[in-house]
Ligand binder design. Structure first.
Ligand SMILES: [Ca+2]
Ligand SMILES: [Ca+2]
Length: 292
């Protein structure tokens, strides 16, 4: 009797394991299909497609569980990269200026139309920053501030920026720019959630030691849930920088995440754009593929 009972139990167990295996294989197949269908030639796959396929809820994920999910799918994803397409959509809205708000003071330029660049991964980021600087270059001197998302998944991106900082600054020097830097995290969970280099004073791109050492000292981490304090971070930067240029002021945000809205300090897309228009700041955003 015992033997028979154990045999039955064992068969049930074997079947259960086999079914789990089938489910895993099905999930892998589905992801592979999604990668092939949506990744296309450039290998780009939207985060939501991956999460749907895995049965994961965006609202329940944090940095760690997302990192685990991506790591578990490493083989299936292959050379493809995962990007938060919602973040790109948010950024595309954000870089269109508010034209109904007047710049404060006669010396303040008008906020212009910024651009959004999607970056495959960390290695592309320095080149993409240089591309924004080149594309946005106007007449006369300009102010360029790098605003870094400093939450958990941005460590590899910041490392690449720091490795290539001389090249980025050389590009800024070509544009006769003054430079500055800041970081943001998630105002609901992180302390500090924001930091500004050099007390908000800009430096010549040719001798930007405070900016360089600030970016080297940013402590990556935190973030909690997926969206971060993009709107608060931009507002704090636009208000905190001692802008100098009368012709072109710009912020370049580097992030892989969507914006919290309303943000911890209550900012939304509209309130952020109003501050940008008053300060005459053009917003640009680089949305980088999610990797750790
Ligand atoms: Ca968050
Ligand atoms: Ca990253």
């Amino acid at each position: 009797m015992m033997t028979k009972k154990w045999t039955v139990l064992l068969s049930v167990l074997v079947m259960a394991i086999a079914m789990m295996q089938i489910n895993c294989d099905e999930a892998d197949d589905a992801i592979e299909e999604a990668v092939n269908a949506l990744g296309g030639e450039d290998g780009r796959i939207c985060l939501d497609v991956l999460l749907d396929t895995l049965g994961l809820d965006r609202d329940e994920l944090d940095d760690e569980s997302l990192a685990d999910a991506l790591e578990a799918q490493e083989d299936v994803l292959g050379e493809s990269y995962v990007i938060d397409c919602e973040a790109t959509e948010t950024a595309e809205e954000a870089v269109t200026p508010d034209t109904t708000t007047e710049p404060e003071g006669d010396d303040t330029p008008e906020a212009g139309e910024g651009e959004v660049i999607e970056s495959d991964g960390a290695e592309q980021v320095p080149g993409d920053i240089e591309e924004v600087i080149e594309n946005q270059q106007g007449e006369g001197s300009e102010d360029i501030v790098i605003l870094m998302d400093a939450t958990g998944s941005m460590g590899d991106d910041l490392a690449e920026i720091n490795d290539s900082i001389d090249s980025i600054l050389a590009k800024a020097e070509e544009a006769e720019a003054k430079v500055g830097a800041a970081f943001y995290k998630d105002g609901f969970v992180d302390s500090p959630w924001f930091g500004l280099a050099n007390g908000g004073d800009l430096e010549d791109a040719s001798s930007a030691s405070a900016t360089t050492s600030f970016l080297n000292s940013v402590a990556i981490g935190g973030g909690g849930d997926l969206p971060e304090s993009f709107y608060d971070g931009v507002v704090e930067t636009a208000n905190g920088i001692n802008w100098e240029s009368h012709t072109k002021r710009m912020i370049i945000v580097i992030t892989d995440a969507d914006a919290l809205s309303p943000d911890a300090e209550g900012n939304t897309e509209a309130s952020m754009k109003e501050v940008l228009a008053k300060k005459g700041v053009t917003l640009n955003t680089i949305i980088v593929g999610i990797a750790y």
